[in-house]
Design a protein around this ligand. Structure first.
Ligand code: FES
Length: 168
């Protein structure tokens, strides 16, 4: 995003209340993430430390600092999903998508994107579909009662072709 676009967004939030969150939300919606150069520009424009903007950006799960892949796979790590096997779902997704093997514990917050930017793997807390735990969401579609073995068929619905050389 260029400076003029960022200025337009900032002008839409003249008041102090909710200004920073509103501006960041607009940038995220338009760019799909919060680019570093946009944050640097906004820190100057809003006269606040860059570190403060980063704190806000990393606190709220809605914000992301990296461009997401074409399809976003979000694994619910809420309590019901966790006890019903969400960590094993994450583990299988890591291997199938070939991202972050061993980097995630399957417990916390993570965001990993495939080298071709086709998929991002991330986590969230409770989609409100606990009765179908474990649950994952791909883009806007929710999949319930997921088991590791069901994941390849689910991913294929999103043009995942798999890596047939690997042993899953
Ligand atoms: S804990 Fe996963 S949907 Fe509620």
């Amino acid at each position: 995003m260029d400076a003029a676009q960022l200025d337009t967004i900032v002008e839409r939030y003249p008041g102090a209340t909710g200004r920073v969150l509103g501006v960041l939300e607009q940038v995220q919606r338009r760019a799909g993430y919060l680019p570093r150069d946009a944050l640097e520009y906004l820190a100057r424009k809003l006269a606040m430390p860059l570190s403060e903007l980063y704190s806000i950006a990393t606190f709220y799960s809605f914000f992301t600092l990296e461009a997401l892949g074409e399809h976003v796979v979000t694994v619910c790590m809420g309590t019901a999903c966790h006890v019903n096997g969400a960590p094993r779902i994450v583990e299988r997704l890591e291997r199938l998508l070939d991202v972050g093997a061993g980097e995630t514990t399957g417990d916390g917050k993570f965001q990993l994107t495939t080298a071709d930017h086709a998929f991002s793997l991330t986590s969230a807390r409770c989609f409100g579909a606990c009765s179908m735990a474990p649950v994952l969401r791909i883009d806007n579609r929710i999949f319930g009662y997921v088991t590791p073995d069901k994941i390849p068929a689910i991913l294929r619905q999103f043009d995942w072709e798999g890596n047939h050389h690997r042993n899953y």
